[in-house]
Design a protein around this ligand. Structure first.
Ligand code: TRP
Length: 467
């Protein structure tokens, strides 16, 4: 058997896993979801989802991944063939998320150039610039392809060489920048309304939807529910403390999301804008913060979008890696070929997604365009169901001794909370996810889409033994 690749170092793994987690999910998506779902009550529910459900699932993904030394599909299949389909849902989610993620990654790249060239210095024009830009047919596509090409270049190089090196330099830069922008934002006159929006909960706006949105966002932001952390865990050496690593990654990810919120909302309220701006939020607010600063603003806005693009890149490589690892491990493809064929399919999906925001916006399926279709299907259904199935798999199919052995490195390290974690994974989390999904589906606008997603999962489950 071919020697399996491993992470170059402990820090390398941590940064890569944190790099996977911290991305557009934190900086682009978390703020606008918070804005749409009424602010701090959403954040409180989100934090509970992250630290009770997300963290436990991340520990489980690392455990299952390292135990099997196989990527998502293989990790399930090697333990029980009936469960192969959960891995396959993961690979499918990887394709679908990569069907819109690079589109937004491309926006970030484009905004680097727009910042440098001073296009974002007139505050009144910033909002229009965004809408005109993303609904265009040429520019966003070119930037998306550039973004995808960067992914290909990194993933083709393999684990330690590409992904790890890129993360090591760029993740710390992002953190520093977010803090800087946050300080700037909080010090604007009128910023306190934003802090209030972020930190004093108004429960009157909370519905079943809010819970599903928070749960989906927790999975999305922590890169869970599709075998991504199983795959990263499978490259991790046997000396590492899994629970500790999962805690660090989860905390870092949450820190970045909250920092992004602090960077955006105080400024938003200071400018007298409304929080429910949707996907354009960061692309409008951050340039607006800097527009008033003259040439220093040009510099910082450029730096911000570089950091955003990089954060997006370290995440998207992990998504591509799930698909690629499947093709290598299960289909016996050489790495390069796996990378090219997977990204080719993703490019086609991304073209559909990007155009659906402009020229093809009239074409819908089950009520939504391609961009929203890929987004909602993964975030609101596949990831949550994938996470629930993983919990059931770990709790009911996996042997308890195997989990304990792996989590304690064969008795070498302590995991004092093992019993609590195990009860969460086995009973509480599957039930909690089922309840939240049910509440969410009842109150959601896209019931047809939900049912479609569940049907896809059912079909995969039935045919899984052939995979
Ligand atoms: N977590 C990343 C972000 O917040 C996106 C991502 C990377 C992801 N890998 C994933 C989402 C796996 C779900 C599953 O931007």
């Amino acid at each position: 058997m071919q020697q399996r690749e491993n992470w170059g170092s402990r820090l390398g793994f941590l940064l890569a896993a944190a790099g996977s987690a911290v991305g557009l999910g934190n900086i682009w998506r978390f703020p606008y979801l918070t804005g749409e779902n009424g602010g701090s009550a959403f954040i409180v529910i989100y934090l509970v989802c992250v630290f009770v459900i997300g963290l436990s699932i991340m520990i489980a993904e690392f455990t299952v991944g390292r135990r099997s030394s196989l990527a998502a599909v293989g990790a399930y299949k090697s333990y029980s063939r009936n469960w192969t389909f959960v891995g396959v849902i993961g690979v499918l989610s990887g394709f679908l998320i990569m069907g819109f993620y690079p589109v937004v990654g491309g926006w970030a790249l484009a905004y680097i150039i727009k910042s440098v060239s001073g296009l974002l210095t007139t505050p009144d024009a910033i909002g229009d610039t965004f809408v005109t830009f993303i609904s265009g047919s040429v520019q966003p596509l070119i930037w998306m392809l550039v973004f995808l090409a960067l992914n290909v270049a990194i993933v083709a190089k393999g684990i330690a060489g590409g992904i790890e090196k890129a993360s090591k330099i760029l993740m710390p830069t992002l953190l520093v920048l977010l803090i800087f922008i946050g300080i700037r934002s909080v010090s604007l006159p009128g910023a306190d309304a934003g802090l209030k929006f972020l930190f004093s909960p108004d429960w009157s706006q909370v519905t079943g939807q809010t819970f599903l949105a928070a749960l989906g966002q927790a999975f999305f932001s922590l890169s869970l529910g599709m075998g991504c952390m199983i795959t990263y865990g499978s490259y991790l050496n046997k000396e590492e403390n899994l629970a500790k690593n999962a805690t660090i990654v989860t905390s870092l990810d949450t820190l970045c999301a909250i920092l992004a919120g602090i960077a955006i909302f105080p400024a938003l309220f200071a400018f007298g804008m409304t929080p429910d701006q949707g996907p354009g939020l960061v692309f409008v607010i951050v340039p607006s913060i800097f527009a008033a600063m003259g040439s220093a603003g040009v510099f910082f806005s450029t730096l911000f979008f570089i950091a955003l693009a990089v954060a997006a890149l370290t995440s998207s490589v992990s998504l591509l890696e799930v698909v690629v690892a499947y093709l290598i491990d299960e289909r016996g493809m050489p790495r390069k070929r796996a990378v090219y064929s997977a990204s080719g399919v993703m490019a086609v999906l991304c073209i559909m997604a990007s155009l659906s925001l402009g020229v093809t916006s009239h074409i819908t399926f089950l009520g939504v365009g391609a961009f929203d279709f890929f987004d909602i299907l993964t975030d609101k259904i596949f990831l949550a169901v994938g996470g629930m199935l993983l919990a059931i798999f770990a709790g009911w199919v996996y042997k308890k001794e195997d989990l304990k052995d792996e989590l304690t490195n064969g008795g070498k390290v302590q995991f004092g909370l093992f019993e609590i974690w195990y009860a969460l994974i086995k009973y509480i989390i599957p039930i909690a996810i089922a309840v939240i999904a049910f509440m969410g589906i009842r109150s959601i606008a896209q019931t047809g889409l939900m049912i479609f997603g569940l049907l896809v999962i059912a079909v995969l489950a039935v045919f899984s033994k052939k995979l």
